[in-house]
Design a protein around this ligand. Structure first.
Ligand code: XMP
Length: 331
């Protein structure tokens, strides 16, 4: 692991140089391994000069905010403030159906929260942070803006990842991106180093996209109780994967809420209810992926458990698309 220790040393030194001895830094924690490792690393260098926020944008998974806040505060001792922006975000997303428009709305909502939090730091403790930590990885960088001559076919933006670029000019934050040259497995190795000591359960968490469940509810996320249904289905599905001992074999697994209804029969009632798709993929870095070949016994157990637990779902389908041609997320 000497190589990854060296990365740690180099990145810590870069932060020391960039931020200097007195400036303060803001970091938005997403609850994922990337921003957590980035923040923990920066915390080692800057201590109290790091100010983290965790934004509940209303697009998180079941009990996610409570669960990750516990790890941040009790295990990692990160200085973190939780901001609840869910009502405002859902208002913003009302009626927005286009995937890119959703991503843009979520990205700009995020920036507003940063701005307000920075202003609040100034008001309350008289500190004006000039730097912003982001857990941007190398694949995020090249997917958002493929470098010339990178050999990638896409010269246009595939998806606007809300955590790359896109900061308005008037927002005077300089970016601190200690993971910008790393792939996911390298970030995990970094987090495992005793200097950072990020808990193993956290290191092994499946990636979760910045726009959260919004890219897993197709169409308008505020319609009906889609988010609530999706949270319940996702929780049951992931628990099944854990029960079968498969969690660590899979890069990412999640459920998708489809904006259609199907006919079913539950009890002796005809129903016209929700359809959910299950997705699970293996991947090395998220840039390409293969759909995961579950045993029929697993699919049967998951499907039964989902329909029995979440009564408003009467149909479960499994996504057998690799990347390419699909992306990992559905939007
Ligand atoms: P796609 O769907 O493009 O996703 O194949 C590749 C990986 O990136 C995650 N993802 C995101 N992560 N902000 C993020 O931080 C985003 O906007 C975003 N969109 C996708 C996705 O979950 C997968 O791991």
């Amino acid at each position: 692991d000497w190589k990854i220790e060296q990365v740690l040393e180099e990145e810590m030194e870069k932060i020391r140089q960039l931020v200097g001895p007195t400036e303060h830094v803001i970091c938005a924690l997403s609850g994922g391994v990337d921003s957590t490792v980035a923040a923990t690393l920066v915390h080692q260098v800057l201590g109290d000069r790091l100010h983290c926020i965790f934004v509940d944008n209303g697009l998180l998974r079941y009990k996610e905010a409570e669960r990750v806040m516990l790890t941040f505060t009790q295990h990692l001792h990160l200085p973190v403030t939780k901001v609840d922006d869910s009502a405002r975000m859902l208002q913003r997303l009302k009626g927005v159906k286009d995937p890119e428009a959703k991503r843009k709305a979520i990205g700009s909502g995020f920036i507003d929260v940063f701005r307000e939090y920075a202003e609040e730091l100034q008001r309350t403790i008289g500190v004006q942070p000039r730097f912003l930590v982001q857990g941007t990885l190398y694949p995020d960088v090249i997917e958002s803006c493929p470098p010339p001559g990178s050999g990638r076919k896409h010269s246009h933006t595939i998806k606007s990842h809300h955590n790359v670029g896109g900061l308005p000019k008037d927002l005077k934050f300089q970016l601190v991106e200690p993971l910008r040259e790393l792939f996911k497995d390298e970030v995990r190795a970094l987090g495992r180093l005793p200097q950072l000591n990020v808990p193993e359960a956290f290191i092994k968490r499946h990636p979760f996209p910045g726009p959260g469940l919004a890219v897993r509810v197709l169409g308008d996320v505020t319609e009906g109780n889609a988010l609530e249904v999706l949270r319940q289905v996702d929780e049951v599905y992931i628990q099944c994967i854990r029960d079968f001992g498969l969690y660590d074999e899979i890069w990412q697994a999640f459920a998708v809420f489809l904006p259609v209804r199907a006919v079913g029969v539950q009890g002796d009632q005809r129903t016209h209810s929700h359809v959910v798709a299950l997705r699970a993929v293996t991947s090395a870095d998220g840039m390409t992926a293969d759909w995961y070949p579950f045993e029929p016994a697993f699919l049967q157990a998951a499907s039964t458990k989902i329909c029995n637990t979440v009564r408003s779902v009467n149909r479960v389908v499994y996504d057998v698309t690799s990347k390419p041609p699909g992306t990992i997320e559905w939007e």
